[in-house]
Design a protein around this ligand. Structure first.
Ligand code: SAH
Length: 444
């Protein structure tokens, strides 16, 4: 594990007990793992009797769950932290300020920089943060009401990553892979489904390598098969996949298990072998093509989503052109595009960041406009067709859900569709979402 639980500024001064419910403010940024950690944290806090507060001013405990994958995320975290520090030192209302997530590397350096922070906790160290609060406030009786769960919930299956991609700070901050035992994963998934979740997304930095650090021989295919059997569960997803560890066993399991959605998060990062080598990704474009072909052969119509970094150190115009060609050739359903951002502490940070910012932006826009066109075409093929969506919630008066291939669909209907599967005839499509009419059992 990464350097763990935190610097504790003044653990010796226990706060006086009070009768009023304490309130917490939780701010989260970053990947699904952070969102899942925050959900677990909020649930544990509410079970201890803390009430959620929307405004930091009204809270007694301020918690930031942070991301530093790119400079832009780090800037937001630092901005938020700076705006909360005055609240933490307000003499009228002293508040506890706690920071967890990927900004927490060198806690000693951080505590010198952010003096009003009471504690820093490693990424996913929900337990460490809770123990700290228990120490400050007393353990409290586990009396609070159980939090409402969402239709679609996420369950971490492994933390950390054994790859050392040269651009990536996450592997340094989260440390080597630690897979959770299957029994823990199942207990959490069963609990969520019993409380109303209908879709579970299994999370890991590299889900395909799940179990390689355990000695029980269990792999992702086994986890999928076990979670699949939970009664009441309608859909099962998993992310993020790594092209290097993706096995035929995983592809076959996904193809055979009916609840596993035909949607893959398979980051390629670049379309050129030399760039991939410098990124230390551990595969070639041919290997990537082969994985995509095997997924598409086993699961016709499977959606393939990817991540791409443009403007990595030394990326030439020609190498970038190969990324565009690959996007044209493989026709991804979605591409998450990022301009390369230097992260101190990574191998690539010691190399010249030699693609100028305006050139990175030009490449980002070129790939984005190509991909918007492709995604638009893929979605347009659904016009006039009926798709099955799992309805998650209502947004601006419309029901919102996703197809199994993870495409966003909206429809209007007076009935309560939350948590149900709806058959929707698509009437309008765009690159980001679609609209349709729900088909009801009586044929309307
Ligand atoms: N484990 C995943 C990635 C997690 S980070 C994987 O195997 O790729 C999410 C995405 O952020 C990455 O896929 C990458 O596209 C992007 N990213 C990571 N580090 C970055 C950096 N230094 N600059 C720009 N984008 C970055």
């Amino acid at each position: 594990m990464p350097p763990s639980a935190g610097i504790d500024a003044d653990a010796t001064t226990g706060d006086p007990p009070t009768d009023a419910a304490r309130r917490y403010y939780l701010w989260t940024i970053g990947c699904q793992m952070n969102q899942a950690d925050s959900r677990r944290l909020a649930e544990a806090l509410e079970a201890r009797g803390y009430a959620a507060s929307r405004r930091p001013e009204d809270a007694d405990v301020l918690i930031l769950n942070t991301c530093v994958v790119r400079q832009s995320a780090e800037d937001k975290v630092v901005g938020r932290l700076s705006s909360l520090e005055p609240l933490a030192r307000d003499p009228e209302h002293r508040r506890i300020l706690l920071v967890m997530g990927c900004i927490v590397g060198d806690a000693v350096e951080l505590s010198a920089r952010f003096r009003d922070v009471d504690g820093f906790f490693a990424p996913s160290d929900v337990q460490g943060l809770l123990s700290y609060l228990d120490g400050r406030h007393g353990e409290g009786q586990l009396s609070g009401p159980l939090r409402a769960v969402q239709v679609s919930e996420m369950v971490p299956i492994s933390y950390g990553c054994d790859h050392h991609c040269t651009y990536c700070i996450i592997t340094e901050r989260r440390g080597p892979q630690q897979s959770r035992p299957l029994s823990d994963i199942l207990a959490e998934a069963r609990d969520l489904v019993s409380r109303g979740a209908r879709e579970i997304t299994l999370l890991g930095q590299n889900v395909d390598a799940y179990g390689s650090d355990l000695d029980d021989g269990v792999d992702l295919a086994d986890v999928l098969a076990a979670v699949h059997e939970i009664p009441g569960l309608l859909r099962l997803r998993f992310l993020t996949s790594h092209p290097r560890e993706m096995s035929q066993r995983i592809i076959d399991a996904a193809a055979q298990l009916g609840k596993v959605c035909p949607s893959w998060e398979l980051p390629v990062q670049a379309g050129d072998d030399a760039v991939l080598r410098r990124m230390a990704r551990g595969y070639t474009i041919d290997r990537y093509r082969d994985v995509v072909a095997r997924i598409r052969a086993a699961i016709p119509g499977a959606a393939i989503n990817t991540d791409i970094i443009v403007g990595f150190c030394g990326e030439t115009e020609e190498q970038f052109e190969r990324t565009l060609e690959l996007a044209r050739e493989l026709r991804f359903d979605q591409v998450h595009i990022a301009a390369y951002s230097v992260r101190t502490g990574t191998a690539a940070a010691t190399w010249p960041d030699d693609v100028p910012p305006e050139e990175k932006e030009r490449r980002r826009l070129a790939l984005e406009s190509l991909q918007t066109e492709i995604t638009g075409e893929i979605n347009a093929r659904l016009r006039g067709r009926t798709v099955e969506i799992l309805v998650e919630d209502r947004q601006r008066g419309r029901w919102r859900g996703r197809t199994a291939s993870n495409k966003l669909v909206f429809f209007d209907d007076p009935a309560d569709w939350r948590g149900r599967l709806a058959r929707v005839r698509i009437t309008w499509t765009g690159p980001w979402s679609m609209i349709g009419d729900v088909e009801t059992d009586d044929g309307h």
